[in-house]
Design a protein around this ligand. Structure first.
Ligand code: LLP
Length: 432
């Protein structure tokens, strides 16, 4: 079983999350059930906040990438733990404001924001909008003018870094839908536009090199490319950027052969590199922001299902079918992303089987994993899929009109519902 400090096995051999027997929670709330270890989420948030405070100039802080898991409680925890918030839609912004999250600590992202999104963000007083390109800058400028404000903006640029080869390969990695490429010279041109627009206050630049990054190298490379760019902008325009957003992407361990990186150590390395580069260009050290999502919530979450049936095909796979699937976790169906699993009733037993975890949707691609190590399973068992805190609930759908599951949080060994489960009436609630 995947080793994690908050996953233990009690004397009955049951899986425990944050010290609580998950079988009691499955009984109390039913399955499927998202469970979130609130203590762990808060600890992770605190870790990013303090690592950034220690290593970057005053005012530097992490913005929780709420796309990973967005609900009112998460926004409240982020506020209480001192994080900013990265939102990418009016829906995420609405949730944050409804939770009392201060607009000034929110950065609004997205590559295709609508006029309604931009107007909502400006009128709500969000601290920053990350503009994705020239057209959007002009749109923000016009709408800010109509509202009578000068909007603080970051310009999203594409540095041309592949996080998984650690090399700057300036072709494929800039040919993406996000941001304005640096290597082509477009980023510099658009910066000049931003500086000339009357209702835009350019605060600096945003970049993001990818997700599931296990060491500091891609971030260090990002610091190299970005400081060279900052220097080029200053030489051409005289503009010095006070803020540099280096994006998110800190990895988590999904399987036993992966090791979760030490994020504080990664941040320390990136900060050292940034200081070195700023000194080289004699550039004032900017305030730095980061946007961790997965690294904050993924490992704190598990999902419980009830095994409905088990089928072995001679010469084929052993299918363990559960009462959820791609509707609550589309990551395997979409990306082939692997999660570890365990039979919560017999978590201490060796995982001697390799099974296909099948979802309940009427589609053969609805799988939660293939070739997944597992204890021998039988109908009625509770299956726990691990490390589901990020990009599960936030990507859930109503496919086959299956209601989305509830989410319960555990704090100090006490459970409570933080998102209620949907009813059948909810599923049909918008039909006219
Ligand atoms: N900032 C920006 C601009 C991003 O695009 C993302 C993720 C993040 C921050 C947060 O990245 P994280 O720290 O969570 O890796 N649905 C996929 C992941 C998509 C990530 C999209 N952008 C999955 O299930 O793996």
């Amino acid at each position: 079983m995947l080793k994690q400090p908050n996953l233990t096995i009690n004397e009955q051999g049951h899986l425990c999350l944050g010290g609580v027997d998950v079988l009691t929670l499955a009984k109390k709330y039913g399955t499927p059930l998202y469970l979130l270890d609130e203590d762990m989420v808060r600890e992770r948030m605190g870790l990013y906040v303090s690592a950034m405070k220690e290593n970057f100039p005053a005012g530097s802080k992490p913005y929780y990438a709420s796309k990973a898991l967005c609900c009112r409680e998460l926004c409240r925890w982020a506020k209480e733990e001192g994080m900013g918030l990265d939102v990418v839609s009016s829906g995420e912004l609405y949730t944050a404001l409804a939770a009392g999250f201060p607009a000034a600590d929110i950065c609004f992202h997205g590559n295709a924001k609508t006029e309604a999104d931009i107007r909502y963000a400006i009128e709500s007083g969000v601290g920053l909008i990350a503009a994705d390109g020239e057209e959007e800058l002009r749109r923000i400028d016009r709408l800010a003018g109509e509202t009578g404000v000068r909007q603080d903006v970051l310009l999203r640029v594409t540095p041309g870094i592949d996080p998984h080869t650690f090399a700057a390969v300036n072709t494929g990695v800039i040919d993406v839908k996000f941001g304005v490429p640096i290597p082509t010279g477009q980023a510099l041109d658009v910066t000049k536009t931003a500086l000339a627009l009357p209702h835009i206050a350019l605060r600096g630049f945003h970049c993001h090199v990818g997700s599931q990054i296990f060491d500091a190298d891609p971030f260090c490379l990002e610091a190299d490319v970005m400081t060279a760019f900052l220097d080029a902008v200053r030489r051409e325009t005289g503009y010095t950027a006070p803020v540099l957003d280096l994006g998110g992407g800190f990895a988590v361990a999904y399987e036993e052969d992966q090791r979760a990186p030490d994020c504080a150590a990664m941040i320390k390395k990136v900060a050292a590199r940034l200081r070195e580069q700023c000194a080289r260009y004699e550039y004032p050290l900017p305030t730095v922001t980061l946007e961790p999502g997965r690294g904050v919530v993924a490992a704190a979450g598990i999902t419980l299902y009830t095994v409905q049936n088990v089928k072995s095909v001679p010469g084929g796979a052993c299918y363990v079918a559960v009462d959820g699937g791609m509707g609550d976790n589309p990551r395997y169906a979409l990306y082939g992303a692997r999660h570890s699993a365990v039979i919560a009733d017999r978590a201490g037993e060796p995982q001697t089987e390799r099974v296909t975890l099948a979802g309940r949707c009427c589609e053969s691609g609805d799988l939660l994993g293939e070739d997944v190590p597992l204890q021998e399973a039988k109908a009625g068992d509770t299956l726990a899929v691990l490390v589901t805190g990020a990009y599960n609930y936030s990507m859930a759908s109503h496919y086959n009109r299956v209601p989305r599951p509830p989410m319960a949080a555990l704090r100090g060994g006490v459970d409570r519902l933080i998102v209620r489960g949907e009813t059948l009436a909810d599923v049909a609630a918008y039909d006219l």
